[in-house]
Design a protein around this ligand. Structure first.
Ligand SMILES: Cc1cc2nc3c(=O)[nH]c(=O)nc-3n(C[C@H](O)[C@H](O)[C@H](O)COP(=O)(O)OP(=O)(O)OC[C@H]3O[C@@H](n4cnc5c(N)ncnc54)[C@H](O)[C@@H]3O)c2cc1C
Length: 288
């Protein structure tokens, strides 16, 4: 069991990792080797102390070099769920791996794309965020997949292996998936409807000539970079999608801390770095 698991490889998670290392705590950090889309996409960063007018790409390279020098390796796995144990936490990844830690720092950012009406209501009853966890449940069924980033496109192929029919709603250009059972829809749905489970994906108007406004589906996969922290961690208190934290970045769950965009505005690097640092110091104190 490690002292801490950090979920997220943006600047909040990296700052927490560097501080935990300085405090000689054992930890794992989950995320992506390319760190964060929000770093990559920034054209020019004007407001970070000491780095005037740096591009997001150069900032990412500087962070990667720093991690390499510090011998901090990012585990390229998506965390699918965090469960509080009697002491510490168990984490399950989308690939089915399990890890245990004494504490957790959530540094998972925020998804700028809004939830669809009905999404939260049907989580676990037809709405899923994890292709590899739940794909097999839809063998021979009809599903819709809303995919917000090309980085997750490989998961659509995995779902198309199980489902009879996949309606793909990509929110990025250059879709490369070419499967007979995948139909692409270039309109966002407005609502997910059903009785006890998902039954229909609703559009404001028919999204194509041969596709009805109320599209019958058995499930809806929402493939996003980040899922809402409340979905990730059962029992976590949030407000308007943000984790509620105290001054030391602790949450309502003992041993669980949060930092960065996931705790609320302003969404800025400096705030995320500071919070990652505070959370790591608070974790170190807690472990004493
Ligand atoms: C285009 C653009 C330009 C910007 N420019 C500026 C600027 O000039 N100045 C400024 O101060 N701010 C800027 N920002 C805001 C800044 O990018 C964010 O405030 C900052 O990235 C937040 O850092 P974070 O670590 O909290 O989250 P993020 O950078 O969003 O990182 C979160 C990480 O967690 C990972 N993750 C999420 N869920 C999981 C999971 N379940 N398992 C594993 N990993 C997970 C994600 O993949 C991601 O790597 C900009 C944002 C954008 C989009």
């Amino acid at each position: 069991m490690v002292d801490c698991i950090i979920i997220g490889s943006g600047v909040a998670g990296i700052s927490a990792a560097l501080t935990l290392q300085a405090n000689r705590k054992s930890f794992l950090i989950f995320g992506s080797a390319s760190l964060s889309e929000k770093i990559e996409k920034a054209e020019k960063i004007h407001n970070y102390p000491g780095l005037s007018d740096i591009s997001g790409k150069d900032f990412a390279t500087a962070l990667q070099t720093q991690l390499k020098t510090a011998e901090i390796e990012i585990k390229e796995e998506k965390v699918a769920g965090v469960y509080a144990l009697k002491e510490g936490f168990a984490l399950l990844t989308q690939g089915g791996e399990q890890y245990q830690s004494r504490t957790v720092i959530l540094a998972c950012g925020v998804e700028s794309i809004k939830q669809i009406e009905g999404e939260e209501r049907f989580v676990g009853r037809g709405v899923s965020y994890c292709a590899t966890c739940d794909g097999f449940l839809y063998k021979g069924k009809t599903i819709a997949v809303v995919c917000t980033t090309k980085r997750l496109e490989h998961e659509i192929g995995y779902l198309a292996d199980f489902a009879e029919k996949v309606y793909l709603i990509p929110m990025y250009k250059n879709v490369e998936i070419d499967r007979e059972n995948v139909t692409i829809i270039r309109k966002m749905p407005t609502k997910i409807e059903g009785n006890t489970r998902v039954e229909n994906l609703v559009f404001a108007a028919p999204p194509a000539d041969n596709i009805p406004k109320d599209l019958p589906v058995n499930g809806v996969f929402m493939l996003r970079e980040s899922v809402s922290p409340a979905v990730l961690v059962g029992g976590l208190e949030t407000e308007n999608g943000h984790v509620i934290v105290k001054r030391d970045m602790s949450t309502n769950l003992v041993g669980c801390y949060a930092a960065g965009d996931c705790t609320g505005r302003p969404y800025q690097y400096a705030k995320a770095v500071g919070e990652g640092n505070i959370a790591a110091h608070a974790v170190s104190e807690f472990l004493k």
